[in-house]
Design a protein around this ligand. Sequence first.
Ligand code: ZN
Length: 400
Amino acid sequence: MFGLPKKVEFCSRCTLSNQRPVPVAEFKTKKISKKKGNVINKDLVCNACKFADFKANYINWDKRETELIKLCDKYRSKGNNEYDCIVPGSGGKDSRYASYILKYKYGMNPLTVTWAPHIYTDIGKKNMDSWTEHVDNYLVTPNKNVQRKLSKEAFLNLLHPFQPFVFGQRFAAIKVAMKMKIKLIFHGESPFEYGVSNLKEANSNGFNQYYFCGSQKLNDIYLGGKNVNSLILKYNFRKSDLLHYFPIDKKELKKFKINYKFLGYYLNWNPQEIFYYVSKKTGFLPNPERTEGTYSKYASLDDKMDGFHYYTSFIKFGLGRATMDTSQEIRNGLLDRNEGIDLVKKYDGEFPEKYFEEVLNYMDIKKDLFWKTINKFRPKHLWVKRKSKWQLKHTIYEKK
Ligand SMILES: [Zn+2]
């Protein structure tokens, strides 16, 4: 259904499988490098784990930091009060850390740009407030009526209720940068570390700015699995209602030469250390209770829809939030693989009950239709119905 490999295989290092729509896990048995005899044979190892090895063994972090300082020197506004860079984010731990160290350690004057969540959680709101105790922020809030309808379409047509949000968020910072003529943007961790087909790409230091470009013709643009023209007709939208979600015109962007970098390329990005740092220095609050679907308390907390993003991924790919969290913590040496597998067994795919009613109301979907849609998107090679209960055919814990 999503072009997934029919045979489910798990990484021998972490808890990921090869069932992802992006080539997160390319299961090959190559050596990383002959240089230090770092042999990974026979076992299946995903690219994210291979890249973690590469990062641990072959990167000179002092040299990388020097590169960062050089880059900052080139763009620094030198106290004339103009913003010299943008940090996109929601005030979660990564964007907080990025903006805080850029400002207080590297002497930059960052503007933070937030694409508003669908429905704020209390903790998300508190964190947003305390973030702006330290940095300036532009909050981009789309028309909620439009966002809600797009999320519903994306849920029904793609089982991806977050897709319109992802588009809005992807383009928000670069659109603000163009308007304000700010030429440097810092993303935290490289998104390619977990979703690439080769190490070279994983090791890239930023986005090519044309990554954000696309056709401006309405016939070519799709949102929530539907062509934009059909959405305009169905909901009586205006084109201007949807501009947030459109890609950027290549010709237009060419004039700006925006440098979109990953701070995680320059600095060794350890999520747990970052969590401690932002808690201590910036008043970041974790969830008071365990987040549904996983064991952790400190990632993706600001949107009541978050749990449904992970739950729908679990249905489509058999990989839930606990899989994502454990695979990362295993790579960072915080868990061993067996501990990770136990946590996956315990929490992966747990239904996000807490905000269920609110999310149904938000998308204007009845419970029946919700479950009908969920079941429609279960790939046959992943799911089986036994005694009127849906079960995954292959799990990492059955093989342990
Ligand atoms: Zn792995």
